[in-house]
Structure formats: C-alpha cells, structure tokens
Design a protein around this ligand. Structure first.
Ligand code: HEM
Ligand code: HEM
Length: 484
C-alpha cells in the first residue's frame, strides 16, 4: 500500500509522484490483497501494544494517587511506589510504545517495499515471547529484583531476552527491506531503518555493559535517551509520515523539508543523552556537546512543524469527518510541543531551576501521552478502516477523542504549572519538603486527568474489540469512511 505519502528521498518531480500514486493505487487493489490478509504479526504486536497502554495508564494512575494520598494501597510490598514506578515506565516503553509501534512497522514495511514480510511466523513468535518476557520482567521488579538503574530495571535474564528479541525483530524487518521489490526508499522507511539498525547496539550498551561511576551514568543516558529518541520517536514519526498523507489524500507539504527533517534528526538526536545529567558531576564538554545537540534539534522540529502543518492546512472538513486524522494531528502537535519544550529544558539556566520538578514529568507525558498515545490510536483507527475495512462506532470514538484530549491537557498543564511553582520556590531557597504543600493540588489534578484519559481508553478498547469481533455485514466500512 505504497502511496504518494511516502516520498522518496531522491528528488522526484511532482509528475513522477503523481504517477506513483496511480501505480500504487493499483498495487493496493491487486497484488497487495493477499498480504493484507496475513497481517498476523501486525495484529499481535498492535493489539498487545493497546493492551499494555491501558495497563501502564492504570499503574500510572495508582502512582499518581499515591503521590497525594500515600496511604492508598499501603502495606503491600509489591504495590509500593518504588516498585510500581519502574513497572509503569517499563510497560510504557517496552509494552505500549515498542509493541504498538512495532505493530505499525510490521504493517508498513511489506507495503512500503511491496514484499511479503521475511517471516510472518517469526514476527508473530517474537511478539508472543516479548509479551511473556515482559510479564516475567515486571513480576521480577514487583518482587524486588530490579536492577535499580533507570530504564534498565528489568532483571536478568529477562533484560537479555529483550536484547535477543530486538535483534530478531530488526533482522526480520531488515531482511524484508533488503529483498524489496520497490526500489525507492520512502521517508517512513528511512525512519524505520534509523530505529532498527542502531537500537540493538544501544540496548546492549545500556543493559550488558559494566561501567561504573560517572561513566556508567553517561552511558546509561546515552542508551535511555536513544530508547525514547531513536527507537520510539522515529517509529512514531514513521507511522505519522505513513498515515497522514493517506488520511488527507494529498502528498506531504514538502519533500525537501522531509529530507532536511530526517537527516538533521539522525545527526543530532543520538547525541542528546548528556542533557539528562546537566549540572551533574560530568565533564563540562559532555554537557556542552549534548546541550548544543539539543538546541540543534530545533531544525528537525521546525521541519516537522512546517511539513505536517503545511499538509494539514485547509483540511478542516477532513478533521471534522475523520476522527483518526484528528488523533494524528494531536500526535503531531504534541510531538512538536514536547520537542520545543525539551529544547527549552536543555538550556542550562532553565534546567537548574526545573530539573528536580514536575516540569520534566510534564515534558515526558506531552511526549508519550500526547504524541505516543494519539499516534498509535490514529494508526489503529486507520488500520480498522482501511485495511480490515470495518466501521467502528462513531459516537464512542467521538467520546474517546474528547476525553483523551481533555485528560492530556489536564495532565500536562497541571504538571507544567506545578513544575514552575516548585522551581520558583526552590530558587527562592525553599526546601524540597516545603514545595510538597505547593504540589498537592496539582497532583490531585493530575490524577483526575489520568482517570479521564483512562476512561477514554476504556471506550477505545471496547470500540476496537466490538468492531473486530462483530459480524462483517454490520461493520463493513461506509463509502464515506473509505474516502476519508
Ligand atoms: C493515565 C495516564 C498516566 C498517568 C496518570 C501517569 C502517571 C505517572 C506518574 C505519577 C509518574 C511518576 C512521576 C514522579 O515520579 O514524580 C509517571 C512517570 C513516568 N511515566 Fe507516566 N502516567 C501515565 C501515562 C504514561 C504513558 C502512556 C507513558 C508511556 C510511556 C508514561 C511514561 C512515563 C515515564 C517514562 C515516566 C518517568 C518520567 C521521569 O522519570 O522523568 N506514562 N507517570
Ligand atoms: C527536540 C526534542 C527533545 C529534546 C531536546 C528533549 C530534551 C529533554 C531534556 C533536556 C530532558 C531532561 C530534563 C531534566 O531531567 O532536567 C528530557 C527528559 C526526557 N525526555 Fe525529552 N526532549 C525531546 C523530546 C522528547 C520526546 C519527543 C520524548 C518522548 C516521546 C521525550 C522523552 C523524555 C523523557 C522520558 C525524559 C525523562 C527522562 C528521565 O529523567 O527519566 N523527549 N528531555
């Protein structure tokens, strides 16, 4: 299902691209049909991602309540805050984000390359093992066997199994790409390659290396940053680059801007890790280099802003009609917002004020809740309508959209204000204990917002389950939905 959405990185003329659309439409209706039916890997990865998304939100909500009402579920060691927090982050990163976006990737790669997946069976097997392994790893953390270092908490041997699985997944996808029938390499595919080629190395470095002291901290942040930036963000962007032009039925605003956006992100993002240890006891050059790379991230952020903004211009009617497209726009806006926010947090003077506050939590959730969640939802609605040719409940989807939007805004705004209040109190010489009183109302507001997001996802899961299990005659997509 290749379309003009996926502009090549070589300089094709508009005429070539229009020809490409015609060719690709015929591909979609003929030779791609058999592949559509064998999307078993896509389905397991995607549905697992949605499942873990709900689980991570539920755990996040429990943590959020504990932060203003510590007696909540007190006395049960497995539900202690210190154990739930790493389970929330690991399920968020390795369950929801990795699995969901790998689902989208297993869908996109065969279509972008016009080649069946190298091994559908391996794709499905890796998904099941990934699920079981994640359950084992999280139980390990809950039982107190955490490795104790952020984003590498999953204990041995589960951490090593993730490493092996990442290699098998990357091998499966990369083999498909090398055997491709479509010689052009589209923008989404570039982002996918940027995720799957280096990530096994980053993961091994972060989880298997034996550094100590400050070197360990620097390497850990090099790995962790690339876990968010190169593995998850690029898979998310690949998905948006794939679906948005199809949703609006026109090419991306600018091919050259896509090119600039991709290469500047590939050049600067991997070197951002040091911005997590600004003002820590690390060499000044590490801080300066990563702050410079973080400021330079303005280039790909601006490119994304221009490209998706330009593409979305004048699509108001589609926005009203296609709820999936609205989620894509939400994801895009939050990606740009989180990235600009991140660049701001990397400014050393601002970091000194805000590092220990909820401002970082606001930034993180604008990234994962605002960009990660809506991006995956947009893909799921797209997949149901375009690939499964099913019609989901529109009223449920409308409620889902508004609850998700309200909850995300509530979460990010409450944490953002809290961060600023805390930072200002800290600057004025107050103790961290003193700022706890200031934080209280914002923590309550965050929990309410989280509950609203979770309610929205409950409607979403109900809608998806009912749609994919309903008799085909009742759910066949209307011509109107197919046009969107
Ligand atoms: C209902 C939605 C959610 C709620 C209520 C929630 C709540 C929380 C809470 C209370 C914390 C701990 C904050 C602290 O230690 O001060 C946290 C941290 C975190 N959450 Fe969530 N969360 C939600 C959704 C998500 C999702 C979907 C992800 C996706 C990956 C995610 C990723 C993270 C990460 C990475 C951190 C660690 C941030 C840091 O250390 O800077 N959260 N969340
Ligand atoms: C231009 C892009 C970005 C830049 C320059 C950036 C910058 C930063 C900075 C400076 C921090 C450290 C704040 C502190 O601890 O003082 C941070 C934390 C974080 N960022 Fe970003 N960010 C960007 C985009 C994103 C996106 C899109 C996501 C998620 C999809 C994300 C996820 C995170 C996470 C999870 C942390 C918290 C790590 C922790 O302390 O546990 N960032 N970011």
């Amino acid at each position: 299902m290749v379309s003009r959405t996926h502009l090549t990185l070589s300089m094709t003329s508009l005429q070539d691209r229009n020809n490409l659309v015609a060719t690709n439409n015929s591909i979609e209706s003929s030779s791609m049909r058999p592949m559509d039916r064998s999307d078993s890997a896509t389905r397991i990865w995607l549905y697992s991602g949605i499942f873990w998304m709900s689980v991570t939100m539920l755990i996040g909500l429990i943590e959020a309540v504990k932060l203003f009402y510590p007696e909540f579920l007190q006395g049960i060691p497995m539900l202690a805050y210190g154990r739930l927090r790493p389970v929330h982050t690991n399920i968020g990163l390795f369950g929801f984000m990795s699995m969901g976006y790998l689902g989208a990737t297993f869908y996109m790669v065969p279509r972008l390359t016009q080649t069946p997946l190298f091994s559908e069976r391996l794709g499905s097997l890796t998904a099941w093992v990934w699920n079981l392994n994640l359950v084992g790893g999280c139980l390990g953390i809950l039982m107190g066997y955490s490795k104790g270092k952020e984003y590498t908490e999953i204990p041995f041997p589960f951490d090593m199994i993730i490493g092996l699985l990442v290699i098998a997944i990357a091998g499966n996808l990369f083999s498909t790409i090398t055997m491709r029938r479509e010689q052009r390499v589209y923008v989404s595919l570039w982002y996918i390659l940027l995720a799957i080629i280096p990530f096994p190395i980053y993961y091994t470095l972060g989880n298997a290396s034996k550094f100590s002291g400050i070197e360990d901290a620097i390497i850990n942040w090099f790995y962790s940053h690339n876990l968010f930036g190169i593995w998850l963000t690029t898979l998310g962007l690949a998905t948006l680059y794939y679906i948005v032009p199809k949703q609006v039925n026109k090419p991306l605003y600018s091919h050259i801007v896509s090119f600039v956006g991709f290469w500047s992100l590939a050049a600067f993002y991997p070197w951002n890790g040091g911005h997590h240890v600004i003002w820590g006891p690390v060499p000044m050059w590490v801080m300066t280099a990563s702050v410079t790379a973080s400021i330079a991230m303005f280039v790909p952020t601006f490119a994304t802003m221009v490209n998706f903004g330009g593409t979305a211009w004048g699509t108001w009617a589609i926005m009203k009609r296609d709820i999936g497209y609205r989620f894509s726009l939400m994801a895009y806006a939050c990606y740009v917002g989180a990235s600009l926010w991140g660049t701001g947090l990397a400014v050393m003077s601002l970091n000194a004020k805000l590092h220990f506050t909820n401002m970082t939590i606001a930034h993180v959730h604008l990234g994962f809740l605002g960009f990660g969640v809506p991006g995956l939802i947009a893909f799921t609605y797209f997949y149901i309508e375009r690939s499964l040719k099913l019609k989901y409940s529109r009223p449920l989807a409308e409620w889902h959209f508004w609850l998700t939007m309200l909850g995300i805004v509530g979460y990010v705004v409450s944490m953002g204000i809290s961060g600023w209040v805390e930072g200002s109190a800290w600057e004025a010489g107050n103790s961290p204990q003193g700022t706890m009183v200031d934080r209280y109302p914002y923590h309550v507001a965050r929990a309410i917002s989280g509950l609203i997001v979770l309610l929205g996802q409950f409607l979403f899961v109900t809608n998806v389950v009912k749609t994919v299990n309903a008799p085909a005659a009742l759910t066949a997509t209307s011509p109107d939905a197919l046009q969107s």
